[in-house]
Design a protein around this ligand. Structure first.
Ligand code: ADP
Ligand code: NI
Length: 214
């Protein structure tokens, strides 16, 4: 099957799979990551097919969405086998999916293709979209927006990252402002810079309004 057909099939597959998720891991996240990853890949001269396929499949076996297939990436593998992709491609894509998660065990992907997908995934947690996702996630996990008495935790273990009761505002300090420096590619770092400035402007205004100053 032509590569372009496989990408179209993968888009259809994730659209069906993510039809009922409202926690911020919806199909639009996957589509934004795929678009940004392709843009970064073009600028960095990475393999566009591998990057797009890995981006489209990066969340289908996410531990929160599909705990029973997470370990062996069964959904991603089954999709690729069904479309008769070579073993080597399947292995490359699976490696990328495993490498990119921030919450689990963040690693710098070994290949440029993996680095592009990781950057695009992280980029989607920043900027205006990142602000929207953070509050959507906070709401769906019963977190308050802000509590001046709960301070951000600068150093947290993966376990604490998942379980501790913090606030959405603290999430900016615990994760979102760290993302710019974690970008692998120059292209993504430039995009992240603009997005970080926007998030800082947002927080300044949020705090002013919190204090009743405007
Ligand atoms: P990933 O699996 O892509 O690393 P996460 O599940 O950590 O993603 O996060 C998904 C989205 O929810 C991101 O935009 C992230 O910033 C946001 N998010 C994760 N944890 C929190 C939190 N404690 N408070 C607010 N937003 C969060
Ligand atoms: Ni993601």
């Amino acid at each position: 099957m032509l590569e372009i057909r496989i990408i179209a099939e993968a888009e259809k597959y994730v659209q069906e799979l993510f039809a009922h998720d409202y926690s911020g891991h919806d199909v639009w996240h996957t589509m934004r990551v795929t678009r940004n990853a392709a843009q970064i890949a073009a600028a960095e001269k990475a393999d566009l097919f591998i990057v797009q396929l890995a981006a489209l499949l990066h969340d289908v076996d996410d531990i929160k969405l599909s705990p029973e297939t997470h370990k062996n990436l069964d959904r991603a593998v089954t999709f690729m086998q069904k479309h008769r992709l070579p073993e080597d491609t399947i292995r490359q894509v699976c490696t990328i999916i495993r490498e990119i998660s921030f919450g689990g065990n963040p690693r710098t992907p070994a290949t440029l293709e993996g680095q592009c997908v990781q950057d695009a995934d992280r980029l989607d947690a920043t900027g205006a979209i990142g602000i929207g996702r953070a509050f959507a996630y906070g709401g769906s996990h019963n977190r308050v927006m802000h509590d001046p008495d709960i301070l951000p935790r600068e150093e947290i273990t993966p376990e604490e990252y998942r379980n501790h009761q913090s606030t959405t505002i603290n999430h900016f300090y615990e994760k979102l402002f760290k993302l710019k420096n974690l970008m692998n590619t120059e292209t993504a770092r430039r995009l992240a810079e603009g997005r970080e400035i926007f998030m800082r402007t947002f927080l300044e205004k949020f705090m002013k309004e919190w204090e009743g100053e405007g």
